[in-house]
Ligand binder design. Structure first.
Ligand code: NAP
Length: 283
């Protein structure tokens, strides 16, 4: 298959590495000539250019730009496409993207591979990034079945696990398990940095081990991505943050009141139910 990728960064580059390995012809577009050259050198694409016109013959095109560039990219791309071209994206928020692009291009399938690292750019691209990870598709009722099936088949060929839901359900669910953790983890790092005693702060930094590594990982990731997730999923993120604040207040109250029984009961519930969020295939 001839597959196009716009935005040759962590996600676009990783997708290209896998798709080429699977035998597809991959055509890439990125703004900077330097990114295009690096993508070719890394084997993520067969050809690359800053010019969207090279995607005219692609059968499926993945838009892998930052969230704020997905809609403008789609608008610039459409004049180059034939009606049969299947367009999809990988944006971390779905409602605003689907609402903007589906009316312009019926053959658009919103998508979100739930995989990433704390790095960005083509240099960070890696093979098998999507293997054993969820890949969410958010078609609308009118989205042509063939387009949905084609994107789903490509996602499965990456060994990803495909899920279907509405864009709205996606945004609420990922707010809990992706966007809320990113923001609370960021606030954890900021809180640690507020230690006023420089010697204690330095000691804490030396002593930080696996617990800090696990809990700070998503808050210490790509700042531009974190900002866009908050900006584009603002309402759902604020909603989950309000619940989080209540939950934190409750834990503070137990500790202030030395209600160790209540605290342990809460921790016990967490211990038992945490595994429900840890889909073994989601890694
Ligand atoms: P990234 O590593 O920063 O890559 C984005 C790439 O897009 C850049 O390398 C940039 O290369 C290119 N780009 C930027 N603006 C562009 C524009 N206007 N037109 C064309 N290309 C442009 O970001 P990423 O982490 O791959 O994220 C890309 C998308 O994947 C985002 O929508 C994000 O929400 C989604 N996503 C990210 C993750 C994650 O954990 N990182 C996970 C799932 C989904 P040039 O400078 O050469 O243009």
């Amino acid at each position: 298959m001839k597959i196009g990728i716009v935005g040759l960064g962590l996600i676009g580059g990783s997708l290209g590495l896998d798709l080429r390995r699977l035998g597809h012809q991959v055509l890439g577009v990125s703004r900077q000539a330097q990114t295009c050259e690096l993508a070719i050198a890394r084997g993520a694409v067969d050809q690359a250019s800053p010019n969207l016109a090279i995607l005219g013959e692609a059968e499926v095109i993945f838009i892998c730009t930052p969230l704020d560039a997905i809609q403008p990219t789609a608008e610039q791309l459409l004049p180059h496409l034939s009606p049969a071209t299947i367009l999809t994206d990988v944006g971390s928020v779905k409602t605003p993207v689907v609402e903007a692009i589906a009316p312009l291009w019926p053959n658009f399938v919103g998508g979100h591979p739930m995989a990433g690292t704390s790095e960005a750019g083509i240099a960070a691209a890696q093979p098998n990034l999507f293997a054993q990870k969820p890949y969410v598709l958010t078609p609308r009722e009118k989205t042509p079945v063939k387009g949905v099936q084609t994107v789903a088949a490509i996602a499965r060929s990456l060994s990803a696990q495909v899920y279907y839901c509405s864009p709205e359900a996606h945004d609420r669910a990922v707010s809990w398990v992706s966007h809320l953790p990113a923001i609370t983890s960021a606030s954890l790092i900021a809180a640690c940095l507020s230690e006023p005693d420089a010697a204690v702060l330095e000691l804490a930094q030396k002593l930080a081990s696996s617990g800090f590594r696990d809990t700070s990982r998503v808050g210490g990731g790509n700042p531009q991505l974190g900002r866009m997730m908050a900006q584009y999923n603002r309402e759902e993120l604020l909603r989950s943050l309000q619940y989080y604040r209540q939950s934190l207040d409750q834990l503070i109250t137990h500790i202030e009141q030395e209600d160790w029984t209540a605290l342990e009961q809460q921790l016990q519930r967490n211990h038992q139910t945490r595994t429900k969020f840890l889909n073994p295939s989601a890694g």
